[in-house]
Ligand binder design. Structure first.
Ligand code: SAM
Length: 385
């Protein structure tokens, strides 16, 4: 296949759209039509895969473009000790995930939609096909990506509204949207999104939970409030960031060296019972966003890290039912973990579907709840250090 031989794209796009229906992620015929009619190859002229890259016309490029895979299109230096390590900072998301999110958005003709995270522009093209480009507003932090997305969208025949800026602030200027979809992961709902959401509006956003997180599907419940359940469909998105040159979320930079005098104590929670348990991992993350928990058999410990806070717990009990803990950093991270793990067990190990979020348009006024918004068990969402 040479660089210009993309003549099979229509059959490939139709096959991808059919696959999304057959695998059960796409039920809405109008979204099927959008996937079948949108030339993804115009949005990903170069795919990055580790140190390698695949460009238009390279063998395998068109196969990759019309596969149900996320395609990295930009990387940024990790800036840590592993010299030269790069982390993806933009991509065309996995079509299955895009389909699920677009369906959850529940759009209707005439709806005005804001997308946070333009990336390649492919999702904006799907939205434009469905709603008309004039109803689509899309914003990316990186002006270079916005320029490239503009080229891609023009080549595909769409001209939605584009802007460069920090999506945390919403769309620049006074605007109201019926739907807001974020294609970068958040730890809490930016207040501006709630302000810019029209009555009856909905926000669909991936929750940043380290590994694949769930979706937040939140409806406007008052002028200053959105609320809804956590949708456990697992989605993996790059985090919403504040610095164009960094691939990391503002709150989740690599941990700094621990400071201060360590605190030595004990815990009644067996650290081994916290590992490899996805339901518990989400519950813990929601109590301590950014938490990283890993076992080190070689050192006989479980290590918990969150920003500059760190805890190490011995895998071998100190006495029956107690394990030794060393905590360092600005606060005692293990105390939070122990509280959350104990609550998880006391509440009957709740599935993610029992959790919901209510977010007011004020930082710190956002809550996770169990079963219903007035639950006795609720706690702050997305509090970072
Ligand atoms: C997975 S990509 C988006 C994929 C895109 N929707 C597409 O169809 O190609 C995530 C995007 O979110 C953008 N992003 C990250 N933080 C942002 C922020 N604070 N405001 C706006 N965009 C942001 C990144 O630059 C990146 O392009």
């Amino acid at each position: 296949m040479d660089a210009l031989d993309t003549g099979t794209w229509e059959a490939r796009a139709a096959a991808l759209a059919d696959e999304l229906v057959f695998t059960g992620v796409l039920a809405d015929r109008a979204w099927h039509a959008a996937f079948a009619a949108t030339p993804r190859h115009l949005f990903v002229p170069r795919i990055l895969d580790g140190a390698a890259s695949l460009g238009a016309g390279d063998p395998g490029w068109l196969d990759a473009v019309y596969s149900d895979e996320a395609l990295a299109t930009q990387t940024r230096p990790a800036g840590d000790t592993a010299a030269g390590r790069e982390i993806a900072s933009s991509s065309s998301s996995k079509p299955t995930v895009m389909a699920v999110m677009l369906e959850r958005l529940g759009v209707e003709p005439g709806h005005r939609v804001l997308e946070i995270g333009t990336g390649t522009g492919y999702n904006a093209a799907l939205l434009s096909h469905r709603l008309g480009a004039d109803n689509v507003y899309t914003l990316d932090l990186d002006p270079e990506l916005v320029d490239m997305a503009h080229e891609h969208l023009t080549a595909a025949g769409y001209s939605p509204h584009l802007a460069a800026g920090d999506g945390y602030q919403g769309w620049p200027g006074e605007m109201r949207f019926d739907r807001i979809i974020a294609t970068c992961a958040v730890t809490a709902i930016p207040p501006a999104w709630i302000d810019q959401l029209a009555d009856g509006g909905r926000i669909v956003a991936p929750l940043d939970a380290g590994a694949a997180g769930p979706l937040l599907v939140l409806d406007k419940t008052a002028d200053d409030e959105v609320s809804g359940r956590i949708d456990p469909f697992p989605v993996l998105f790059m985090p919403m960031r504040a610095d164009v040159t960094s691939p990391f979320a503002a709150d989740h930079e690599p941990p700094a060296a621990a400071t201060g005098i360590p605190h030595y104590g004990t815990t009644a929670v067996d650290p081994a019972t916290l590992l490899n348990r996805p339901e518990l991992a989400l519950f813990l993350w929601l109590h301590a966003p950014g938490l990283r928990l890993a076992g080190s058999v070689a050192h006989g410990v479980v290590v918990a890290e969150r920003g500059p806070a760190r805890a190490e717990v011995d895998l071998t009990p100190l006495t029956e039912g107690t394990w030794a803990v060393r905590q360092s950093g600005p606060y005692r991270l293990w105390d939070t973990i122990e509280h959350a793990a104990t609550a998880f067990n006391a509440l009957g190990k709740p599935d993610a579907v029992r959790l919901g979020v209510t977010a007011l348009n004020l930082p710190g006024k956002q809550f996770v709840w169990l079963d219903d918004p007035d639950s006795d068990y609720s706690w702050p969402l997305g509090i970072s250090t």
